[in-house]
Design a protein around this ligand. Structure first.
Ligand SMILES: Cc1ncc(COP(=O)(O)O)c(C=O)c1O
Length: 473
């Protein structure tokens, strides 16, 4: 497909010739020559971008079981609300007085997240899950420094954790201590006990963990950690599995981040905007980034007065549109948030049971919202998990997350979400079984895939080693 520069016809799309820029700008600031922007009619521009978007895969186009990314359907009413002019035309430097509606929405969202997580205070500033983790770990660090316990330099992280967990703790200067998983895919309690000492600041856990398995010993773990004077950090990226059924406070956690851009619509993936609010227990409230949104006598305001605040972690407030979408989703769902989690868990267990005979299931446990298969058997037959992922695209299914978590060889991490019907799930099962048969009977066909997508299989090694990123038109 040609780039828009190659398509340039020299026809002006929008005429601004009547405007004399010299009336607004000093002569010496006016550009002299052309900057070489493409020139096309408005219709040609529309066709160009429509064609590009048609080449993309999205949740509206097909099944998108990208494990850990919770690619649920994003109700379009969310988009409508996020694009209301009162929100989109607001400037972050406007006074509190001028922004009462937006502040009220943020305040109400904070309150809703407090109820849902069971925590006592919230910051909406972090712009992604990993950013929330970083914020949470900064809070934990400052908390111990303020208590004269700067000796607590270690953070325990399970070997199944998302890579951002150890990375965030490390960025705060903590030493990472890895705890092994047991044969049931859960934190090994005995191994954990060996690691706990007075230098441990915190443990970072995801529950359900990245294998999609609920950590049954979480209460015992929180008791052990608290008895040691350590804190517990909850990576809430998998919260879609447990909304309304339990919460991090009940599990004994002190700091939590949520991925609004997964659990509360606005699907993750594609690198789009996110929001990673952090919720904390009462004793950590004064450490939150400033400002937090408060309300007094019906007036909403940005409160900068927190005694031990770690300061700002972002210029303004996350990605505001994601906050609006999440709030709309929470209001719309109400008590049915609980049902959404139940359906997400049901759908994942249904797929797991249908696929486990054909693909290996290293941890054969009841799963929560996702599960992890291994393509080890198919790998031995000549097609790696990468091949299975590519072949799925030919059948209009987005591939699951692959090669993560690291503790599963040839991992295929499947998360159907609650949005999908039984028909869609059955079609996916059929496709996965078909691919397994193809690998047995005609692996070359799979190795050539994807065969129907606009871009075929690329040489990923070459792309990484010799990236060709410059357009030379
Ligand atoms: C378990 C887990 N933790 C943390 C993250 C990081 O979230 P983000 O990509 O928004 O930074 C993810 C991302 O999907 C995740 O799945």
């Amino acid at each position: 497909m040609k780039t828009i520069f190659e398509k340039s016809t020299g026809v002006d799309g929008v005429g601004i010739s009547d405007i004399k820029l010299g009336d607004f700008l000093p002569e010496n600031l006016l550009r002299q020559g052309s900057i070489g922007l493409p020139q096309l009619s408005e219709l040609d521009v529309m066709r160009h971008y429509k064609e590009l978007s048609d080449r993309n895969f999205c949740v509206e186009k097909g099944f998108y079981p990208l494990g850990s990314c919770t690619m649920k359907y994003n109700p379009k009413v969310n988009e409508l609300l996020a694009s209301l002019e009162g929100f989109t035309n607001l400037h972050p430097h406007q006074s509190d007085e001028d922004a009462q509606g937006a502040l009220e929405l943020m305040f109400n969202l904070q309150e809703a997240l407090k109820t849902i997580t069971g925590m006592d205070a919230v910051t909406l500033q972090p712009a992604a899950g990993a950013h929330g983790e970083l914020t949470g770990m900064m809070i934990i660090k400052k908390y111990f420094e303020t208590r004269g316990e700067a000796n607590r330099t270690k953070v325990i992280v399970p070997d199944s954790a998302h890579g951002t967990n150890p990375a965030s703790a490390k960025m705060c200067g903590f030493e990472i201590v890895e705890v092994k998983s047991n044969s049931r895919g859960q934190v090994d309690l005995d191994a954990l006990k060996e690691l706990i000492d007075k230098d441990v600041a915190a443990i970072m856990m995801t529950n359900p963990n990245t294998l999609g398995i609920f950590e049954e010993n979480v209460l015992e773990i929180s008791k052990l950690m608290h008895e040691n004077g350590s804190l517990l950090y909850y990576d809430g990226a998998n919260f879609n599995a447990v909304m309304g059924w339990t919460n991090p406070a009940l599990m004994g956690f002190d700091v939590v981040h949520l991925n609004l851009h997964k659990t509360f619509a606005t699907p993750h993936g594609g690198g789009g905007p996110g929001a990673g609010p952090v919720c904390v227990k009462e004793e950590l409230k004064e450490f939150l980034p400033v400002p937090v949104i408060c309300c007094e006598n019906g007036k909403f305001y940005r409160n900068y007065k927190l005694q031990h605040s770690i300061g700002k972690v972002r210029s303004f407030f996350g990605n505001f549109g994601v906050l609006v979408r999440a709030y709309a989703y929470i209001l719309m769902m109400g008590d049915n948030l609980k049902l959404a989690s139940a359906d997400a868990v049901l759908n994942a267990n249904y797929l797991k049971e249908k696929l486990k005979g054909t693909y290996e299931l290293p941890y054969d446990e009841p799963c929560m919202h996702e599960f992890v298969l291994s393509g080890e058997k198919q790998h031995k037959q000549g097609v790696s998990t990468l091949g299975i992922a590519k072949r799925l695209m030919d059948y209009n299914c987005h591939p699951p997350t692959i090669y993560f978590p690291l503790i599963v060889h040839e991992a295929l991490m499947i998360e159907p979400t609650e949005s999908e019907s039984k028909e869609v799930l059955d079609n996916f099962v059929e496709v996965m079984l078909k691919i397994a048969r193809e690998i047995e009977e005609n692996p070359d066909e799979v190795l050539k895939s994807p065969q129907k997508t606009p871009v075929r299989r690329i040489d990923e090694t070459l792309a990484a080693r010799k990236p060709d990123l410059v357009f030379r038109g």
